[in-house]
Design a protein around this ligand. Sequence first.
Ligand code: ZN
Ligand code: ZN
Ligand code: FE
Length: 737
Amino acid sequence: MIKIKINGIVQGVGFRPFIFRLATEMNLKGYVLNSSAGVEIEAIGENLETFVKRIQNEAPPASQIDEISHQFTEDKIYENFTIKKSKSNEGITLISPDLAVCEDCVTEFKNQKDPRYNYAFINCTNCGPRYSIIETTPYDRPKTTMKTFEMCNYCKSEYENPLDRRFHAQPIACPKCGPQLKLIDNDFNEVSGNPISQTIELLKNGKIIGIKGISGFHICCDATNFEVITELRKRKNRPHKPFAVMCKAENLAKIVEFEEKHLKLLKSPIAPIVVLPKKANKLSQNVAPQNPNLGVFLPYAPQHYQILSDKLPFIIMTSGNLNNEPIAADEKELGKLCDYYLTHNRPIINRSDDSIIIPTKKHQILARRSRGFVPSPQKIPLKTLPTLACGAELKLTFSISENETIYTSPYLGNAATKRTQQFYRETVENFQKWFRIQPELAVCDLQPDFASTQFAEKLNLPLVRVQHHHAHIAAVMSEHNLNEKVIGIAYDGTGYGTDKKIWGGEIFVNNYANFERKFHLNYMPLVGGDAAIRKPVRIAFAYLKKIGENTDFLKDISEMEKNVISKQLETHFNVFETSSIGRLFDCVATMLDLFPTISFEAQSAMALEFLCERESLENAKVYPFKVENKIIDIRPILKAISTDIKNGEKFKNIAKAFHKTIIYFTLDAVQQIYAETGINKVCLAGGVMQNSILLDGISELLSKNNFTVFAPQNLPSNDSSISVGQILIGNAQKGVL
Ligand code: ZN
Ligand code: ZN
Ligand code: FE
C-alpha cells in the first residue's frame, strides 16, 4: 500500500476528483481526503510509483504541488476507491486565488446546446472565483457569497458526482439558479434589454462602462476611440499613466510583439496583465502615450468573452478605482465615474486588482502581485513568531506569518487615503481569522509618519522598526531562500534612513538581523520634499545649482520658483538630504527635456529607459564617477551630462550613457566590498530595479565578474514587498530565527 501526502494549492481546484478519476482508471483502491495539511491518499493495487508520477504530471491546471511525499506500508483492505469526508482539525486550509475561466468552461459557454450557454457565471473546479467570494473558512458554499443561491437539481447532480468536473465546485451555478448580470445607469436604475448587447452598443458609441468581474470592477471603454479615452483620463485624473488593453488571443499579434512563453503566461489561470513591446497598431495614441510598451491581457471572466467581438476587438480595462484607492467591489463606490455599469448580484467580499508582469530579456518583473496570486502562501526557510508586518505607504501590502509560512495581502492602494486604511484594517482582520494567526510581534517601517507605522504602533504588540531598504533586500533574499550575509543593492525612490535622511541609492552588506551601509549616493538637496517629487524640474534645478552648473536650459520652471529654491538652498529651510537614485533619474530626465511635471510614480525613470529605445549599451560611454569612502559620487556624472547637453549630444546617447554609468559604478562598489569581505552573493532590490535596462545590465555585468546575482522574481521589487522583508528582519532582530 502507498500513503501519499501532498501540500500546496490542492483544495478547491479539482484535486480530489482528479485523484479519484486517476485511481479508478488505474484500478486502484483506497481513498483520498482533504486535510489541514493538504491532500492525503491511501491506495492499494499495481503500479503505485506510476500513480505518484502521474499525479505530479497530470495535476489540474489551477493546482500547485509544493510538496509530495509517499511511503509504502503494509496493505490494508479496501473495496473500492472513495473520496472521504474532509478531516477538519486545527490547521489551516489554504484558500485558492481567483482563477481565470478555463478552456472547458469556455467551450461550454460557446456551445448553444449547453445549459450554461452564454452564462456569465459558468465555472468549475478548475476555474472561477475563490478568494473573492470567501466570507470565512473552511472554503465551503455556505461560507461564500454563493450561499444565497440555492443550487438547482441539475447543478446539484454535478456537484455531488465525483466523476464530474464540477464535483464540489463551490461557486457552481447555472442560468436557472445562479447570479445574473444587469446593466444600470449611473443613477443605479436598471436599463431594460439584454445587458451584454446593450453594453457592446454603448461601448461602440463611446461610453465608459464599469464592469464587475471576478475580483473587482474594471472601467472599460473602446481602445480605438481617442475622445472617450481622453474623457476617461479626465475623470480618473490620470493624464499619462498607461492603460491596459484586453483582447482575444487571436488579436494579440496586431498590437504587441510576444513569444510563446508570454502567451502561456497570459493564458494561465492567473491571467495577468503582461507588458510587451507595442507594435504600430490601430489603437488610439492615448492608450499608453509616449510609451513603447503596452500592458495586455486576455479575457478571463466569461462576460469578457461576450463583450469582445469583431465589432469591438480591443477594450481598455483599467482598475475600477479612484486615484490611489482600492479597487471597487460595488458600483456605488464609483458613482458618476462611469456612464453605466454592467454589474451582477454575486457580491465580492475580497477584492484584488489585476496582477502585472513585465518580462525583460533576462528576467521577469512581477510589478503587481494580486489577483491569481493572493492569498497563496509563500514558504520561507526560517521559523517566525506569529507576526504582522505592516508594510510601507505607496503600493501598500501587509504580510502575516507563522513558522515558515507568509501570507501577503493583495496590493491595497496608497496608505494615505482613508478608504485604503479602512480596507487595510478589514483585510488584516480577515487574514488573521482565515489563517488563524494571532500576531505576537508587529513590524513596521522606520518612517514615523506612515499610516501603516501608526497602525502598527496601536497594536499593543512588541514592535520592531525596520529600515526600508533593508526590508527591500530581505524580501529578495527570502524568495531565494538565502539566510546569510549578502551584498544588498537597493535602488529605490524614497526610504527613511537611520540618520533621518531620505535614502534610496544604497549598497549594504546585510543578513536578516543587521545591515551595514557600505556605499550610498552622495546626499543631494531635495527642496520642498514631496512637492519636488511631483515636479522633478525643481529637483534638477536644485541639484545643478548645488554643483554650480548652469540651469538656464531647464524648462517649465518660473523665475519665482527658481528664487524660492535658491533661497531655500541657502537657508536650508525645508530642504531634505537624499541619496535616492529615483531622484537622480528625475533630475536627469528633466535635464533631457522629459516631463517637468509628473503624474505617476516612476514616470521619469520610465521615460529615460524608453529614450534608450531598447538599444544595446555596448557603444555607449561611461561618465566619470567616484566610488570611495562609502560614497558613490554622482556629481561628476551630472557635470558630464551638462557638458554633453551643451555640446548638443543626442539625448538618446546621454540616456544610454547614464544607464551604463549606473551599471558600472555598481560593479565598482560591489568589487570593493568583495575585496574587503569576500562576499560574492548580490541581491538586487528596490523600485528602480523595475527598470529593465538596469536590472538586466547590472545582473549581466556582475555575473560576468563572477558574482552570483539574485533578482526579484516572484515578488515585486517595489514597495509592495516591503512587508515580506519586514517579517524576516523583525523576527531576526527578536532572535527568533
Ligand atoms: Zn472551468
Ligand atoms: Zn443550476
Ligand atoms: Fe521602496
